[in-house]
Ligand binder design. Structure first.
Ligand code: GCB
Length: 607
């Protein structure tokens, strides 16, 4: 685990960022004649160009993307184990004077080992999270360089998330998983080279201490790498670039700033100007007053508070209405795709949602940036989905995933809650101590946001809800249980939400409900899988939610799912999970129009 910060690489007068995205070389060892999965390590493939290795097929592979759906070879789609990527790149000569050069991967699923010019520079496990290393001494300046990455998608009982590998009678390995979404793999997010000076800003933490219409106060903490003898100059500017607060020529890395008549960060639909961001310019100065390093950090002014009956932002109670989602689309799988993410935000705004959960892993930083800018509130979920077997090793890695996620997202105003896990088997006694420690770990890193665990087990057997701040549950009434019986939905939802509140005396969110729906399938009267059924199931839930909202503890509703998504091959899934209100190509089903009416009405009623 990288000890320092994992700040998003941003350009400034003192920093340059270069993208390594593009078409890389790619090899899947087993689809070649040798069939030996470890051949790449045995033959030291990282010591030469992949295209120079005899008797293997090198194919072009886009980065960022999942590799699974790019080719027409099912052996690549369903491959379990190691694959290899490489490419060449140039480093300008003047970079040798830059100070330091860093390499940062925004996410590789699941594990990665990285070489520069044949020398190992870093390894990382757990997908969906960034990792970086300084590579100054590994580079050839003014020359061509090579980067090689070995990627392993294997999920085991001690990985986050968990999985098992079985050998089929054909001799092929098969990945088994407890969650339904497709286990996409590859270099999923951008790869960047960037420079910093020798002494550099390593990490920034900004917390809003107070946020009213008259005054806001933030506390910051800067950590630096290199010489510690530096002066700091901290400037906060509004979005018209006017300086609103400043700390000049100070030697402390910790400080506060006060902003008069601030523009607070408000969620979408709660204010005419949602997602207002200031920018905090952090400058390091040497003893001559020369600028050494500069980093610009967006800052949203907002405070959260919660009790056993409400959850508020800047003192105003919230009602969360949105969905669970996935990073998923045709061909690129979980690869970052800018047209797709902007389309998604346009749909989120169209439908009138104010929040979503990053089910079931942290989403790309570009997606999170847009949430900050648009005022879409995020329940930030770590990759611990459907944990079945609790162990010490798993607990350690689970904590690492939370450390990395919180380090990455701690400054984001959009992130309003940490979700420690989705549907863990919390009925087992071992879950109790496990989640006590998981939640304690989150609290040791951040106390400004509430925690939750998204539960699927029954209220009376769950071992972990006493530790969280907000209770979340998923339930598929009239789908996985009582399929077809829409008339039982209202009482079941009301009774269960009430039981959670009564038992734990906390606020409650329904994080998932829904029905698989094939677009264009119509039945009257409604019948499962039809558009009518999805709409009717929603309308029953809405009646239950309206009743619950008046009881004073129910703070959010999230339909499963925003869009249809690819799953593992399973006889209950026809071309994937179809519970989306949008299709996988992001067109509305009848349910999207229906949800839109409700979400806009909720917004009007609340704000
Ligand atoms: C759940 C899971 C989610 C699934 C969903 C379903 O409870 O949290 O990952 O996709 O059910 O549709 O089965």
């Amino acid at each position: 685990i990288h000890k320092g910060g994992i700040l998003y690489p941003r350009e400034s007068e003192t920093r340059q960022v270069v993208s390594l995205d593009g078409i890389w070389n790619f090899i899947v060892p087993e689809v070649n004649s040798s069939k030996n999965p470890l051949v790449g390590f045995e033959q030291h493939w990282y010591k030469r160009e992949l295209t120079q290795i005899p008797d293997v097929t090198v194919i072009p592979m886009p980065v960022p993307s999942s590799y699974n759906d790019i080719t027409t070879d099912w052996r690549i789609r369903d491959h379990v184990g190691l694959v290899w990527y490489d490419r060449n790149f140039f480093v300008p000569k003047y970079w040798s004077e830059a100070g330091r050069v860093w390499l940062r991967f925004e996410a590789v699923s699941y594990a990665a080992q990285v070489w520069i010019n044949g020398q190992i520079v870093m390894s990382h496990e757990i997908g969906h999270l960034p990792f970086l290393a300084e590579i100054t001494s590994y580079l050839k300046y003014g020359k061509e360089n090579r980067i090689t990455v070995a990627v392993d998608n294997t999920l085991l009982p001690d990985t986050v998330p968990q999985g098992k590998v079985i050998e089929l009678e054909s001799g092929r390995l098969q990945q088994t998983i407890t969650f339904d979404f497709f286990n996409y793999a590859g270099i999923h997010r951008p790869v960047k080279l960037y420079t910093t000076p020798k002494t550099y800003i390593d990490d920034v933490t900004v917390v809003t201490m107070e946020a009213t219409n008259e005054i806001a106060r933030i506390k910051y903490n800067i950590t630096i790498g290199g010489t510690s003898d530096m002066k700091y100059q901290i400037t906060l500017s509004d979005n018209s670039k006017n300086v609103v607060a400043k700390n000049e020529d100070i030697s402390e890395s910790l400080g506060t700033l006060t902003i008069e008549n601030p523009n607070l960060w408000w969620p979408y639909l709660m204010d005419p100007n949602p997602g207002y961001l200031y920018s905090m310019e952090i400058v390091l100065l040497d003893s001559y007053g020369e600028v050494v390093d500069k980093y610009i950090q967006p800052v949203g002014l907002r405070v959260l508070s919660w009790s056993n009956t409400s959850f508020s932002i800047n003192g105003r109670p919230l009602y969360l209405h949105g969905f669970g989602r996935h990073e998923d689309s045709d061909i690129r799988g979980k690869g970052l795709d800018l047209p797709l993410i902007i389309r998604d935000y346009n749909l989120i705004k169209w439908v009138g949602a104010n929040a979503y959960r990053t089910s079931h892993y942290p989403y790309a930083e570009e997606i999170m940036d847009l949430a900050d800018q648009m005022g879409i509130m995020i329940i930030d979920e770590c990759p611990g989905v459907n944990i079945e077997i609790f162990s010490e090793t798993l607990l350690k890695k689970h904590k690492v995933s939370l450390t990395e996620m919180i380090k990455r997202d701690k400054n984001r105003p959009a992130v309003i809650m940490w979700s420690a896990a989705n549907e863990p088997r919390t009925q087992y006694p071992a879950a109790k101590e496990y989640f006590r420690q998981v939640i304690e770990h989150i609290k040791s890193l951040d106390t400004t946001r509430p925690t939750t665990i998204v539960e699927s087990q029954g209220v009376n057997i769950v071992q972990s809800s006493e530790y969280v701040d907000i209770v979340s549950f998923n339930r598929y009434n009239a789908w996985y249980s009582n399929e077809g019986n829409l008339d039982v939905v209202i009482s079941r939802v009301v009774n269960e939400a009430t039981a959670w509140h009564n038992k734990f005396n906390k606020t409650v969110i329904m994080q998932e409900y829904g029905a698989d729906t094939l677009e264009g399938l119509h039945f009257s009267p409604s019948f499962i899988w039809s558009e009518e059924y999805q709409v009717e199931l929603m309308s029953k839930h809405f009646e239950a939610f309206d009743y619950l909202r008046n009881q004073g503890f129910f703070i959010g509703e999230f339909i499963w799912n925003f869009a249809d998504f690819k799953t593992r091959q399973d006889y209950t899934r026809v071309g994937g999970n179809k519970k989306g209100i949008f299709t996988r190509s992001r067109q509305p089903k009848s349910s999207a129009h229906f949800l839109r009416r409700r979400y806009w009405n909720l917004a009007k009623e609340f704000y």
